[in-house]
Design a binder for this molecule. Sequence first.
Ligand code: HEM
Length: 156
Amino acid sequence: MYDIAKLIHLVAGIVWMGGMTFMLLALRPATLALMEPQPRARLMSEVWSRFFTVVLVAIAALFFSGSHLYTAAFKASKLAGGVGSVPLGWNLMLVLGIAMMLIFGHIYFAGFRKFKRAVKAAEWPLAAKAAGQIHTLMLANFVLGWLAIAAVRLIR
Ligand code: HEM
C-alpha cells in the first residue's frame, strides 16, 4: 500500500509541477509575444479551465496519498519503540504542500472566477488584472513546490 500511495503521490506531483512549468516557462511567454490581449485572454480562459480541473484532481490525490505516507511512517516509528516522528523534511512538505493547496484555492475560487466573469463581460482591463493575480499566485506555488520537493529529498 505504501508503494502504491507513493506512486500516486509522485504522479500527481509531476502533473501539477509539470503543468506549472509549461504554463510559466512556455505558454505564457509565447502568448505574450504573439497574441493580442483579447484572443489571448480567451485562450487562457480555456487553457486554465482545463488545467485547473486537472490540478483539483492532483491536489486530492496528493493530499490523500501524502497523508497516508505520513501517518504510515509515523505509526511505524511508534511501533519501533520511538515517540512517533518523521524527518523534518516531511513536516516541511506537509506545511508547504498545504500552503500550496490554499494558494490554489485562492487562484481557483477568487482569481479565476473574477477572470472568467471579466472575459465573459468583455471587461479587458479587469481580465488582465485577474490574470496578473493568477500568474503571481502560480509563481508562488511553483517556488513552494520545488522547495517542498527539495525539503523531502534533502532534509532528514
Ligand atoms: C498535504 C500535503 C503533502 C503531504 C502530507 C506530503 C507527504 C509526503 C511524504 C510523507 C513524502 C515522503 C514519502 C517517502 O519518502 O517515502 C512525500 C514525498 C514526495 N512528495 Fe509530498 N506531500 C504533500 C504535498 C506534496 C506536493 C504539493 C508535492 C508537489 C507538488 C509533493 C511532491 C512529493 C514528491 C515529488 C515526493 C517524493 C520525494 C522522494 O522520492 O523522496 N508532495 N510527500
